[in-house]
Design a protein around this ligand. Structure first.
Ligand SMILES: *Cc1c(COP(=O)(O)O)cnc(C)c1O
Length: 398
């Protein structure tokens, strides 16, 4: 068995077609899109074609796409850009407790600098309720930001309804769609999104490239000063190989979306079901069925530490994650799982498998063969597990 990579929500390998086109834009076609000569014009055309490919995947117009250095920058640009541009209208902002750090930390920065923030709770499945959004809205609310699909537990949020509510109240709506892009259909009109964040490296594109959709008419305060590229939204010579690679990755994701979603959904359910059947005292985190991202498996395995599980899996060449890649390394339990009402103890034993293009049924079977053994070995060291096994009380199977 080759190494099994099941951490696609952290990052993905770059598709070979994408690598090829990127190399061409590093070598023969290296012009600066701002130059007048033929090298520059060739680069400019490629940049605009890439913009069209990104726009095409989300039902936007090319001129509504701004390339960035990734999802993090796009989130920062959207949130700070709107807050600064609309602060005369109001200073109240709304987001949810399960956002990526790129969103949460940005809002916390604003909350320390003259803005007021409401952080919406989620239910036990990790979903924001429309009623809570409605309750949080104030006359001075200028921006609501709720992610499309959560990176840890795969919960898909009711963004179309939240967007509709925002629109009705004259409030701008931003959604971080990094995890849903290319996995489920996205249409910015249907989602009523004014701003939408994307990242290339989660969809088989290169790291360090992303984009922000900004609906025509939405103002953003300029944040980087310089040559005025990207309609003055992001000065600096464009990352042409990155943008071209991202464009192609979007095109490929769109072509394969439905077929791949179906395949991943099947693998996901095999893995989820297999884990709960083979291992006692396991809790599935996040929703089941249609409200769960097609590639996400997240479980809490009681009486073991997530970190020990990861090391055990790594020894048999399986790559997974506990919490999000950015928070592992610290011992804080995931803010997402805590927001869903899990205790610190249960949150600590959480494990995420995020499936992708190269995963197969054989690989799922390999994980299902190895994970129970690792869990069993770790649990022999847990006195709590012995007790639970004997009493069979409060802790349910499944
Ligand atoms: C990965 C991720 C980001 C950050 O994107 P980068 O391109 O790595 O900066 C933002 N939001 C979500 C939901 C993510 O999963």
């Amino acid at each position: 068995m080759q190494r099994v990579y099941m951490d696609h929500s952290a990052t993905t390998p770059v598709a070979p077609e994408v690598v090829k086109v990127m190399v061409a834009y590093c070598t023969e076609k290296y012009g600066n899109p701002s130059s007048i000569h033929s090298f520059g014009r060739e680069a400019k055309m490629a940049l605009e074609e890439a913009r069209g490919q990104v726009a095409g995947l989300i039902g936007a117009r090319p001129e509504e796409i701004t390339f960035t250095s990734g999802g993090t920058e796009a989130d920062n640009m959207a949130i700070i850009g709107v807050a600064e541009a609309y602060k005369k209208k109001g200073r109240h902002l709304i987001t949810s407790a399960i956002e990526h750090h790129a969103v949460l930390e940005t809002f916390e920065y604003l909350a320390k600098n003259g803005f007021e923030l409401t952080v919406l709770p989620v239910d036990e499945e990790g979903i924001v309720s429309l009623a809570e959004v409605e309750k949080a809205i104030r006359p001075d609310t200028i921006l609501i930001s709720v992610m499309h699909a959560n990176n840890e537990v795969g919960s898909i949020q009711p963004v179309a309804a939240i967007g509709a509510l925002a629109k009705e109240r004259g409030i701008l709506f931003h959604t971080d769609a990094v995890q849903s892009l290319g996995k489920i259909p996205i249409n910015v009109q249907e989602l009523n999104a004014d701003l939408l964040t994307m990242s290339a490296h989660k969809i088989y594109g290169p790291k360090g490239v992303g984009a922000l959709f900004v609906r025509k008419g939405v103002r953003l305060e300029e944040r980087a000063y310089g040559g005025g590229q990207e309609k003055k939204r992001r000065s600096g010579t464009e990352n042409l190989p990155g943008a071209v690679g991202f464009g192609l990755a979007c095109e490929l994701a769109g072509q394969r979306l439905e077929e791949e979603a179906e395949r991943l959904r099947k693998l996901r359910d095999q893995l989820l079901l297999g884990i709960t059947e083979r291992i006692p005292f396991v809790k599935i985190n996040g929703p089941l069925g249609e409200r769960r991202l097609v590639n996400n498996v997240n479980v809490s395995i009681q009486f073991v530490e997530g970190e020990s599980l990861l090391l055990g899996l790594d020894m048999v060449e399986i790559a997974a994650s506990s919490g999000s890649a950015c928070t592992s390394g610290s011992l804080d339990p995931s803010h997402v799982l805590l927001a869903m009402g899990l205790s610190h103890e249960i949150a600590h034993g959480s494990l995420r498998f995020s499936l992708g293009k190269q995963n197969t049924e054989d690989e799922v079977a390999y994980v299902l063969e190895n994970l129970p053994k690792i869990v069993e070995r770790l649990r022999t060291m847990s006195p709590l597990y012995d007790k639970a096994k004997q009493s069979g009380l409060s802790l349910k199977r499944g």
